[in-house]
Design a protein around this ligand. Structure first.
Ligand code: HEM
Length: 454
C-alpha cells in the first residue's frame, strides 16, 4: 500500500457511519485498553453478549470494530474483495519496531516479497533447519533433566532463543547471541507498550535501541553470507530468489529477518508451553505420543524429516493446544474501502479485528471448549465437517503464516527428544492462569517436574 493511499484512507475516515455500529467507547481517554490487556476473552464475551458478533470498541487510542465467528474470519482473512490492509492494521503495534516485515506489506508488493521468501521455506532448506534442530536438542533436554523441577516457560523460551540463534542465524549461542536475544526481547515487549513514543526510561525506548542494535548487526553480517550455502534462515534469505530471479536488497533482508524472528520465537514458545501444560494434566496423552514416537523405530532421538507426517497424534495434540491458546490471539486490519458485513456498514479507514481465540473458545463451534481433546482434529472427531475458518491459529488467505510447517517441525522435534526419556509431571490438582496479551503465557511460569524414564 502506497503512502498516498494510506493518507487518503485516514483522511476520509467516516466517524458518523462508524458510530452506527453497535458498541461503546469505554473509559474516557483510554477506552477499553486496560480491560482488553487484562482479560480479552471476558471482555470480548461481555461485548458480544451486549452487542452481537459485530461490535465497536475503543482501545490503544483508536476506534475498532470486532468481527466474530468463522464467517467473519473467512471474510477478513480471505479478503476476496481486497478490502483490508494488513499494513494499516498492524502498524500501530509493529511499525516502529518491525517495519516492512512481510505481514506488514499489502497486496501486489506483499505477493512479490512472499514469493521470494517462500524459497527459504521449501523442502530442501527445511531439511537443513531440521538437522540443526535435531543436533542441538539432546544437550538442552539433558540439561532440563538434570534440573528435574523448574519453570517450563522461561526454560522453553531460552531453548527457543538458542534454536533461533542456531537455526535462524547459523551462530552458536554465546555472548553475542545473548545481546541479540536481549535486543529482540526488548523489541517484542515494546510492541504492545501503552506509551508509543521512545521517551527515556520507557520500554519503547529499549525496543528502539534493540532495533538499532539488530539492524547494525545484520547489516554487517550480510556481505559474509552472500553467495554462501549456509543452512540457516538468514543465509537462505540473503540468497533467496523467486522463479524469475528476483531477490531482496540488504535493507529488505534486515527488515524481513527481524520480523521473521519475532514471528517465530514467542509463538513457538507459547504453543509448546500450552502443549506441555496439557500433557502434564493428561498423562494418557503423554503415553499415546510416547508410543507413537517409539513406533517410528528411530535409532536415536533425531526425527527424520520424512517421518514427521507419521506423528499424527502428536500433531492433533499440538493443534488442540493451538486451539485453546492461539499465540496470536487477534489479527487487526484496516478497511481500504466502505464494506458491508452481515448488515453492518463499515466505513473506509476503520480498524477491524478478527479474534481466533474467541472463535476457538466458542462452545457453539467447539463443544466444551476448555476441555483438551486432540481427537477433535481426527476425521472421526468432526475435523472435515467443521467450518474451514473455525480453527485459525495461523490466520488464512494471502497472509497465512509462512512458518507454520516450521512450527509443527520444531514442536515435533522437541517432543521426539523429550518424551522418550521423561514423564512430564505437574503438582497434584494444579491449574495455571494464562495471560493472553501481548502473548499467551502462564502467569506463574508453569512449574514442571521431569521424571526420568530410562
Ligand atoms: C505456533 C507458532 C506460530 C503461530 C501460532 C503463528 C501465527 C501466525 C499468524 C496468525 C499469522 C498471520 C497474521 C495475520 O494475518 O495478520 C502469521 C504470519 C506469519 N508468520 Fe507465523 N506463527 C507461528 C510461527 C511462525 C514461524 C516459526 C515463522 C517463521 C519461521 C513464522 C513466520 C510468519 C510470517 C513470515 C508471517 C507473515 C506472512 C504474510 O504476511 O504473508 N510464524 N503467523
Amino acid at each position: 500500500m502506497s503512502a498516498e493511499t494510506t493518507a487518503d484512507t485516514v483522511e476520509t475516515f467516516d466517524k458518523k457511519a462508524l458510530f452506527k455500529i453497535p458498541g461503546d467507547t469505554g473509559l474516557p481517554f483510554f477506552g477499553h485498553t486496560f480491560r482488553l490487556l487484562k482479560d480479552p476473552i471476558s471482555f470480548g464475551r461481555s461485548m458480544r453478549q451486549k452487542y452481537g458478533d459485530v461490535y465497536r470498541t475503543y482501545s490503544f487510542f483508536k476506534h475498532n470494530v470486532s468481527l466474530l465467528g468463522p464467517d467473519a474470519n473467512e471474510f477478513v482473512l480471505m479478503d476476496r474483495g481486497k478490502n483490508f490492509s494488513n499494513e494499516l492494521g498492524w502498524s500501530p503495534y509493529l511499525e516502529r519496531l518491525f517495519p516492512r516485515g512481510l505481514m506488514l506489506l499489502d497486496f501486489d508488493e506483499h505477493k512479490a516479497h512472499r514469493h521470494i521468501m517462500a524459497a527459504a521455506f521449501k523442502t530442501a532448506p527445511m531439511k537443513g533447519y531440521m538437522e540443526r534442530l535435531n543436533a542441538a536438542m539432546p544437550e538442552r533436554i539433558a540439561e532440563w533433566g538434570k534440573r528435574k523441577s523448574f519453570q517450563f516457560y522461561p526454560a522453553i523460551k531460552e531453548l527457543s532463543l538458542d534454536m533461533a540463534t542456531i537455526v535462524f542465524l547459523g551462530l552458536e549461542p554465546g555472548p553475542e547471541s545473548n545481546k541479540i536475544n536481549q535486543a529482540l526481547t526488548d523489541m517484542v515487549s515494546a510492541s504492545l507498550g501503552v506509551i508509543r513514543v521512545p521517551l527515556p526510561g520507557t520500554i519503547m525506548r529499549k525496543g528502539v535501541k534493540g532495533r538499532e542494535f539488530m539492524v547494525d548487526f545484520l547489516m554487517r553480517e550480510i556481505p559474509k553470507r552472500r553467495g554462501t550455502e549456509g543452512t540457516d534462515i538468514f543465509t537462505q534469505l540473503v540468497n533467496a530468489q523467486d522463479d524469475e530471479g528476483n531477490s531482496f536488497t540488504d535493507q529488505e533482508v534486515v527488515d524481513h529477518m527481524i520480523f521473521l524472528w519475532m514471528a517465530a520465537h514467542d509463538t513457538i514458545t507459547s504453543s509448546v508451553t500450552t502443549l506441555v501444560y496439557e500433557l502434564g494434566r493428561h498423562t494418557d496423552w503423554q503415553g499415546k505420543i510416547r508410543q507413537e514416537i517409539a513406533d517410528l523405530g528411530l535409532n536415536d532421538d533425531s526425527l527424520p524429516y520424512e517421518k514427521m507426517k507419521d506423528l499424527v497424534l502428536t500433531e492433533y495434540a499440538f493443534k488442540e493446544a493451538l486451539r485453546m491458546n492461539p499465540p496470536v490471539p487477534a489479527m487487526p486490519r484496516m478497511t481500504v474501502r466502505d464494506i458491508e458485513f452481515k448488515g453492518h456498514h463499515i466505513p473506509k479507514g476503520t480498524i477491524v479485528g478478527v479474534s481466533n481465540i474467541m472463535t476457538h473458545r466458542d462452545p457453539e463451534t467447539w463443544p466444551e471448549p476448555e476441555h483438551f481433546d486432540p481427537m477433535r482434529f481426527s476425521p472421526e472427531g468432526g475435523a472435515r465437517e467443521r467450518h474451514r475458518f473455525a480453527w485459525v491459529p495461523f490466520g488464512g488467505g494471502a497472509h497465512m503464516c509462512l512458518g507454520l510447517h516450521f512450527a509443527y517441525m520444531q514442536s515435533k522435534v522437541i517432543m521426539a527428544h523429550l518424551l522418550p526419556h521423561f514423564a512430564i509431571e505437574l503438582p497434584a490438582g494444579y491449574e495455571t492462569d494464562f495471560q493472553i496479551m501481548p502473548l499467551i503465557k502462564p502467569v506463574d511460569g508453569l512449574p514442571v517436574t521431569l521424571r526420568a524414564l530410562d
